[in-house]
Structure formats: structure tokens, C-alpha cells
Design a binder for this molecule. Structure first.
Ligand code: DAH
Length: 342
């Protein structure tokens, strides 16, 4: 034993066997803490015969490394052991805590109801992209270059990709489907749309629509009206009444807006229907022959109807929500209220 003191410490460390957290901490303080017993040995260096200094230095390093390694190993062993003990303390016979179920978003609930209603009469689901090109969103839908809907103020254009935008309506899916499918076509297209609008209690820059499209031989306006009446009765009850008001959309001719009779019993009814008792729920019409031609369908052979409805508005009404912004805030206190609604 060339360096009895240091050699002894090394042996001590090798033999040490801390059994628990407290003993391990004592080990750490003694050999690795800021006042550990190895430190003074480093200070002895100057007193060592220069010929033996290298060996001495190596021995001190070995002491340090041995202590560090032992500490690390024991620490993880002891931690693992105590974790095992704590799981053993679990009472596995205890009945499970009730699991918290998530709830559906009110927009989702209403949208799914709309989808179910149309699925029952043979419409199938067509979903497509939210980032769209100018052609599918506007040009194919017979919306000319200088139409106000194209204005920068309404549409979010992609800054770096010419001609690309966030779709402003689900009518773009009509163009997607008609260019890929041959009639008969009977689809509904739900999804999110975007418009550059000031956010307020009544309007938002993002919202949801459900689009409907039916193309076949000899589809008529009365087919449209009957389909919409069916929808209103399923959605608003068997006594629901609708009316169609003439309107204008570039992609339909003739076009109409659809109102459902809401009633005029309470003061709230007066307020939300602006005193008329009627509520507007969607736009619709016979697909303009130019739209069919644009999408490669012969208007001499086929005709069709289309409609597009907003979902938020119907969700606000169904759940008496005062402010559309609640629908986009992801506030868990708001969302939890829809547990029972699924
Ligand atoms: N795309 C229209 C909008 O966002 C709604 C609409 C109206 C869709 C008439 C249609 C339609 O399919 O025929 O305001």
C-alpha cells in the first residue's frame, strides 16, 4: 500500500452498501459532497514524492470515479425499489374511479345530425380540402373575376402561392366532385370555411357549412323543395314549415334563400327573427348550366340542385348560445356542458 490513507478510502467506498435513501445521502455527503473526505487528499499532492505523484493522482481519480459510479447505480436501484413498494400499496380490489368521458363539440353535434338526415335519403359524404385553388372556389362556380366575393377583404389568399386560398364556402367541393364523378351525383360536403370578417358575437372568420349537390337526369326545382322540406321536418320537428325567397347566387339559377318558421311567441323569438317569425337557414337553387359545363357535365343531358347551409347559426339556436366566439375558444367549462347532447 503505497498511499495508505487513500487506499483505505478506496476500499471503504468499494465495500460501502447503503440500503436506503438516507444511507445513500450520507454516502454522497461523505465522498462526493462539497466537504467530502477525498478533497484534503488532493491538497496533499505537493507533499508527495514527485516520482510518485502521477500514481497518486491516478489513485485519487479512481476514488472519485468509483464513488460517483457507485452513487449513480445505487440511486437508481433504490428509486426503482421504492416505486415498486408504492405500487404494492395500491389496493387493486378497490372499485375503479368513474372515467371522465369527453363530450362532442356543439358544432360537431349539429353537423352530424345534418349528415345523418341526408344520409337517410341516399346522399353520401364528400369531404375535400380547405386550402383550395381559385378555380374550384370561384371560377368553376361561375363567380367572375370582378365579383365582390373575390375581394381581398373577404378571401384569405395564400401569400406565397399564387392562386391558392382558404375556401370561402363548401361549394368548392361541388366542383371537386363534378370533375371526378359522373352523374348521378348525390353528395353532402361538410367542412370548415374561412372569410376575412371582423370577429364579433354574430360572425367569425372561420365557420362550418354543409353543402348538398344532386345531379341526375330531370332533376327539378320541386325535388329541391321536397328535399329541403324533408330536412326541415327531420331537424326542426314534423310540423316545421319552410319558405323559399328568390335570391341570387352565381352558381345557381334560379336561386333562393330558405327560411324555417321559428315562431313569434316569446320576446327572444321576436329578437332572433327580427319580428318576422322566420329564420334563414340556407341558400339553394338549380345548378347553373355554366357550372355544369365548367365541370365537364352536359347541361342538355343533366340538371341538378344544390344547397349550402351554415352550421354555427343552427348550433347557436339549438343550444341558446349567445356568442359565436364561444364555439372557437376551447374553454373546457363551456364544452363540458354538451356531455348529454351526444
Ligand atoms: N355558397 C353559398 C354561401 O357560402 C351558399 C350556397 C347558396 C350554396 C346556394 C349553394 C347554393 O350550393 O346553391 O353563401
Amino acid at each position: 500500500m503505497k498511499f495508505p490513507q487513500a487506499d483505505q478510502i478506496l476500499v471503504e467506498i468499494q465495500n460501502a452498501n447503503p440500503q436506503n435513501k438516507e444511507e445513500l445521502e450520507a454516502f454522497r455527503i461523505k465522498y462526493l459532497g462539497s466537504k467530502n473526505i477525498v478533497k484534503p487528499l488532493f491538497a496533499e499532492m505537493g507533499k508527495i514524492d514527485p516520482a510518485q505523484r502521477k500514481d497518486y493522482g491516478q489513485l485519487l481519480n479512481e476514488i472519485k470515479n468509483t464513488a460517483e459510479e457507485k452513487y449513480r447505480k445505487l440511486k437508481s436501484e433504490i428509486e426503482r425499489e421504492s416505486a415498486r413498494h408504492s405500487t404494492q400499496k395500491l389496493d387493486l380490489t378497490a372499485p375503479p374511479l368513474p372515467r371522465k368521458k369527453g363530450s362532442r363539440h356543439p358544432v360537431d353535434i349539429v353537423m352530424n345530425r345534418v349528415i345523418d338526415i341526408f344520409k337517410k335519403i341516399g346522399f353520401s359524404l364528400a369531404e375535400d380540402r380547405e386550402i383550395e385553388d381559385d378555380w374550384h372556389n370561384f371560377t368553376a362556380m361561375n363567380t367572375p373575376e370582378d365579383h365582390p366575393a373575390r375581394d381581398m377583404q373577404d378571401t384569405y389568399y395564400l401569400r406565397d402561392i399564387e392562386g391558392m386560398l382558404l375556401r370561402t364556402h363548401t361549394s368548392s367541393v361541388q366542383a371537386r366532385v363534378m370533375t371526378h364523378q359522373k352523374p348521378p351525383i348525390r353528395i353532402i360536403a361538410p367542412g370548415r370555411v374561412y372569410r376575412n370578417e371582423t370577429i364579433s358575437a354574430r360572425s367569425h372568420c372561420q365557420f362550418h357549412q354543409v353543402e348538398g349537390l344532386y345531379i341526375d337526369k330531370e332533376v327539378s326545382f320541386s325535388d329541391l323543395k321536397q328535399t329541403l322540406l324533408y330536412y326541415a321536418r327531420e331537424m326542426y320537428g314534423p310540423d316545421a314549415k319552410i319558405r323559399l325567397r328568390p335570391s341570387y347566387f352565381p352558381f345557381t339559377e334560379p336561386s333562393a334563400e330558405v327560411d324555417v318558421y321559428w315562431g313569434l311567441e316569446s320576446e327572444i323569438d321576436h329578437r332572433i327573427t327580427k319580428g318576422t317569425g322566420w329564420l334563414e337557414i340556407m341558400g339553394c337553387g338549380m345548378v347553373d348550366p355554366k357550372v355544369l359545363t365548367n365541370c365537364g357535365i352536359d347541361p342538355e343531358e343533366y340538371s341538378g340542385f344544390a344547397f349550402g347551409m351554415g352550421i354555427e347559426r343552427q348550433a347557436l339556436l339549438a343550444y341558446r348560445i349567445e356568442d359565436i366566439r364561444w364555439l372557437f375558444e376551447n374553454d373546457i367549462r363551456f364544452l363540458r356542458q354538451f356531455h348529454a347532447a351526444i
